[in-house]
Design a protein around this ligand. Sequence first.
Ligand code: NAD
Ligand code: IMJ
Length: 252
Amino acid sequence: MAKLLEGKQAIVLGIANKWSIAYAIAQAFSREGARLTLTYLGEHQKEAIESLANGLSVDRVLPCDVTKDEDLEKLTAGLGPLDAVVHCLAFANREDLGKPFVETGRAGFLLAQEVSAYSLVAVARATTPHMRNGGSLTTLTYLGSVRVVPNYNVMGVAKASLEASVRYLASDLGPQKIRVNAISAGPVKTASARAVKDFSTILDTVTKRAPLRRNCDTEEVGDTAVFLASHLGRGVTGNVIYVDSGMQIMGL
Ligand code: NAD
Ligand code: IMJ
């Protein structure tokens, strides 16, 4: 079968290690023939990301802190036409994920919004001018945006803002044939989830209640990201696609 992303240039933001959802997405994009730019946050992650990039169709590995405009400007420096961007990152203060939401302070609220939601808008502004033949921008979200999930708190509010940003960006960029979507993944044991209290119980609940009676894996998230970036996804924009074994349809 022909590769779905042959000849396409993509940027994947948010790989921290081999468990990262962004790494599974980069692997799926690479398998489907895309050329990749990967970004990492801290200088201490540089070597790990470079070694993960080995074996994938990666042309460039760049530092990018999404709170820094100068890093965002460098994302596309020297790059030719761009086809796809995957935004796969989030951050909130650890304390804000444990205490009651009502106790969230202004600074923690704004930090979660800046890194986890506004960054999609900033990334869109920095990259979409390079999508000259149309393109696709995909982000990662979680059910805690639309339902109350214990401890998700300030991140749930940030994800609600992220999902609304997807819709407004899709409306703005649609005339340029740029599609904007989110994938709402079920719980996955990554570095961002490991710290969560009772995460194993959450994973167990999914195996008991979700229609598919199992947890989702990062490979299926990667495959959905491929679909969205490919010609197959050409009619899909402004959407949140759940890749969660069907968990979000359940009332109890
Ligand atoms: P991860 O820890 O591997 O990835 C999070 C990434 O965010 C890291 O690479 C980190 O460096 C990056 N990041 C944080 N602050 C940043 C900044 N200022 N600038 C640039 N990058 C920054 O965890 P993950 O679970 O793969 O998370 C990826 C995305 O998937 C996140 O948006 C997360 O909310 C979402 N998600 C995760 C799950 C889950 O259960 N793990 C479920 C649904 C959605
Ligand atoms: C995170 C917190 C609470 C409950 C949670 C999660 N559930 C899931 C997650 C049920 C699935 C993981 N997730 C979807 C995230 O978006 C995580 C974001 C996150 C995680 C951390 C941990 C370490 C830290 N800051 C973080 N910021 C964002 O210091």
